[in-house]
Write a protein that binds this ligand. Structure first.
Ligand SMILES: Nc1ncnc2c1ncn2[C@@H]1O[C@H](COP(=O)(O)OP(=O)(O)O)[C@@H](O)[C@H]1O
Ligand SMILES: Cc1ncc(COP(=O)(O)O)c(N)n1
Length: 428
């Protein structure tokens, strides 16, 4: 199924047409991109925009309307009244999702007037954020109750088929008014970049409508999709990441394979490694670029004179190593893998001889409040060891913690780098 997208181009690659294309593609439908305006912007600032002549917008829609099966249309930045009129005429009869874009999140105007947006409201599913809903309804919105009143007014007075007021500027709860009924979609704040959330939301809505879901279900699905695109946003983009689900799954797949290979290599070191395996067992953890962590279920244990993994490589199979790795990644994001061994003086000396950067933490230095909180020891330990050496540590040891057993953590930028380090450390 194809989804028509009528929107503006964001040169920062965060919002607008590019976010819409990615959203539609990521959700498995075919995007038909129609450009209304070129903006000059980055995630911090819109410097200006240039609207295309309405005829150019009209011709783009005409070129595709007849030759694709269009399940829905998402309409974003319109720019001018003339473009709004042309889009209205050319999209007659399609299921229309209108994101009434008026201002960017950075506060710059993206349309000549509220009236231009109103041109397209009749019969559309409209998705204003709180300030846009205030502009369309003339009401002040400070609560979920007031969101509901405004949604009703926009539907009843302006003739929208349905109204979804988005709560990103209020409490993260979204409200839907449809066929005389009100629905609430509770949400919680997700940490991450939010530039482009509105674009992704309305595109996802259009996709789920095209797939045939009923409106309340589409809102729920679009909201969850936006949450993922915030949670898995990337610092480099400073905007939402509509490709999050595909990327996350690809990274999971690769990390699992990488760790499985490395565990296999590690097993080759069986007899040499056996004396270095602590009572609690060894584990081996690998993080994806999204900081999701895989490890060996049940750990790697001594087995006769050799060693053996108890279970398979799984997501979230080690709490301690996951916490150590994630803390290390806050300082050095290139570090992706870690493995723990029993502490011994020879091992630490050998590491130093091999030129590895060695650090340690000492629980006697742990502040009382961290001790009492219990969960924070690992994080505190890694942080204090990192700060102690002032550069990226390859190996961190402590002399009693985690069931009081002294332990060594060996870090690496890949699972194989850790295996190579373990190989060097355990060779006689
Ligand atoms: N930080 C956040 N955490 C979770 N959900 C958010 C966050 N910011 C926005 N949302 C959600 O993203 C969607 C878009 O909302 P909003 O940001 O208000 O739109 P706009 O980009 O048009 O201002 C809504 O479903 C909203 O609840
Ligand atoms: C081309 C274009 N379309 C839409 C938005 C709104 O997105 P946001 O509210 O996240 O700034 C934008 N900034 N640019």
């Amino acid at each position: 199924m194809a989804v028509l997208i009528v929107a503006g181009l964001d040169t920062g690659g965060g919002a607008g047409l590019k976010a819409d294309i990615e959203t539609v593609s990521a959700l498995g439908e075919h995007p038909l991109p129609v450009l209304t305006s070129v903006t000059y912007q980055n995630p911090s600032e819109v410097r200006g925009y240039h609207t295309l002549p309405p005829e150019v917008v009209r011709e783009q829609i005409r070129a595709v309307r007849g030759s694709f099966k269009i399940g829905a249309v998402k309409i974003g930045m319109l720019g001018s009244r003339e473009i709004a009129e042309a889009v209205k005429q050319e999209t007659e009869g399609l299921t229309r999702v209108l994101d009434p874009v008026m201002e960017s999140s950075t506060g710059a105007k993206l349309v000549d007037s509220v009236e231009s947006v109103k041109v397209l409201i009749l019969g559309s599913i409209v998705t204003p954020n709180v300030p846009e809903a205030e502009a369309l309804s003339g009401l002040k919105i400070r609560s979920i109750e007031e969101m509901k009143e405004a949604a009703k007014v926009i539907a009843e007075e302006l003739g929208a088929e349905a109204v979804v007021i988005k709560g990103g500027h209020l409490s993260y709860t979204d409200v839907l008014y449809w066929k005389g009924k009100l629905y609430e979609f509770p949400g919680e704040r997700v940490e991450g970049f939010t530039h482009g959330t509105g674009c992704v939301f309305s595109s996802a809505l259009a996709v789920f409508l095209a797939k045939g879901f009923e409106l309340p279900e589409t809102v729920e699905r679009a909201k969850r999709f936006v949450e993922g695109s915030i949670r898995f946003s990337k610092a480099e983009a400073r905007a939402v990441n509509p490709l999050w689900e595909l990327e996350r799954d690809a990274h999971r797949w690769r990390a699992k394979g990488e760790l499985e290979e490395a565990v296999k290599e590690l097993m080759e070191l069986g007899e040499k490694l056996n004396p270095h395996v602590p009572e609690v067992g060894t584990n081996f953890a690998l993080a994806t670029p999204f900081s999701e962590v895989f490890a060996v279920k049940g750990r790697i244990v001594r087995y006769g004179g050799t060693i053996k993994p108890v279970g398979p490589v799984e997501f979230n199979a080690s709490d301690h190593l996951r916490r150590a790795l994630l803390k290390m990644r806050e300082f050095y994001p290139e570090v992706r893998a870690v493995l723990n061994l029993r502490y011994s003086e020879e091992l630490v000396e050998k590491a130093k001889k091999l030129g590895l950067v060695v650090s340690f933490y000492d629980r006697r230095e742990e502040p009382e409040d961290v001790k009492r909180a219990e969960k924070g020891t690992m994080e505190w330990g890694i942080e204090s060891a990192v700060k102690r050496v002032g550069k990226r540590p390859d190996l961190i040891y402590h002399l009693g913690d985690w069931g009081k057993e002294p332990m060594v953590l060996i870090f690496g930028r890949s699972a194989m780098e850790v295996v190579e380090r373990v190989r060097a450390l355990s060779s006689r």
